[in-house]
Design a binder for this molecule. Sequence first.
Ligand code: FAD
Length: 393
Amino acid sequence: MDLSFTPEEQKFREDIRAWVKDNLPQEISHKVHNALELTRDDMQRWAKILGKKGWLGYGWPTEFGGPGWTAIQRHLFEEETALAGAPRIVPFGPVMVAPVIQAFGNAEQQKRFLPGIASGEVWWSQGYSEPGSGSDLASVKTKAERQGDKYIVNGQKTWTTLGQYGDWMFNLVRTSNEGKPQTGISFLLLDMKSPGVTVRPIKLLDGSHEVNEVWFDNVEVPAENLIGEENKGWTYAKHLLSHERTNIADVNRAKRELERLKRIARSEGVWDDVRFRDEIARLEVDVVALEMLVLRVLSAASSGKNSLDIAGLLKIKGSEIQQRYSELMMLAGGPYSLPLVREAMAAGWQGNFPGGNPALAPLSSTFFNMRKTTIYGGSNEVQRNIVAQTVLG
Ligand SMILES: Cc1cc2nc3c(=O)[nH]c(=O)nc-3n(C[C@H](O)[C@H](O)[C@H](O)COP(=O)(O)OP(=O)(O)OC[C@H]3O[C@@H](n4cnc5c(N)ncnc54)[C@H](O)[C@@H]3O)c2cc1C
């Protein structure tokens, strides 16, 4: 297995780097490098810049207007954008639902939905989880009843990330109670502006608004918004989840955050403590090991082998690394990491942060926020079960 890049791939990397340097707004990369708050406009502005270039759907094949890049090229694009301080692409449209529409949607659906995703104009949300149906996703209860040429949807989704901005939502809905729970699920696209849809915020510990509850009260959804066949939604859902878990590993963001950790350790003086540097070195070894694992997956993918069976492993390791760097940043800042001053997390804040180093302002919020990484996208305990079954047999 050859893990080094070819001269063409190196050239590709340089081209991406040059383009990102010219096109990523500096005020956005400043926020990302310093973990300051990103607004909806920041996220969508970058999405539209990528969309204009034809790169928001950077994993898409050319037949759907994507660049048709290889797995290695996609990795290089992700790495260059992350290291330059680009916001993470909000995955629900381009990374999650688009591959499902491409693989299982009909021509009409592809024509209708893919352009808005590719351009970054339309914001999508993920409607999988419900109260009581997270790990046990096949138990979803939100009901869609067919009445003529439409479905009537009733029920509740939860933990809907950034659903407050959502234009459209892809949902797992129950269309049958016959047989195994998996065989009665359908995959439905729902316009969030429809009458009967209510989005309520779930306030987080740090006061921020990132996740939501979404309620459906007799929401009418045209039957033409059903993806594939009725009661076959579980197959499409699994196709999507494998993309979600690879995406969550986020090794390139880990590399960028490692540099931020080193900056904070230096500015707080703990860099001089050899035991603290040991901790950073240990984390760096883990990040390099994760990168090697990602490259092995990519190398396998380019030689035609199925790589997604270890997606769960990437998710487990990547999420643990994300939690670890947020912990080490807290330790580096000591007691001054603890105060939560929300205003200090907005770009341009001029107040006095306790202890005097405003770089510490986002740390406690990031620390708590990162607890989610071992839960969402399928909890790590459940991923371990899946890895045990698929890899170890
Ligand atoms: C910040 C955040 C954002 C999210 N965003 C979205 C979103 O946009 N859309 C969406 O649909 N969902 C979203 N989710 C939901 C997420 O996918 C679920 O939280 C996750 O699947 C876990 O389900 P649960 O919360 O119901 O926990 P539960 O399934 O109730 O699990 C509780 C605990 O039991 C453990 N457990 C459960 N089953 C087993 C088992 N078989 N073996 C061993 N341990 C087990 C779990 O690991 C966990 O520790 C988000 C979650 C979070 C935290």
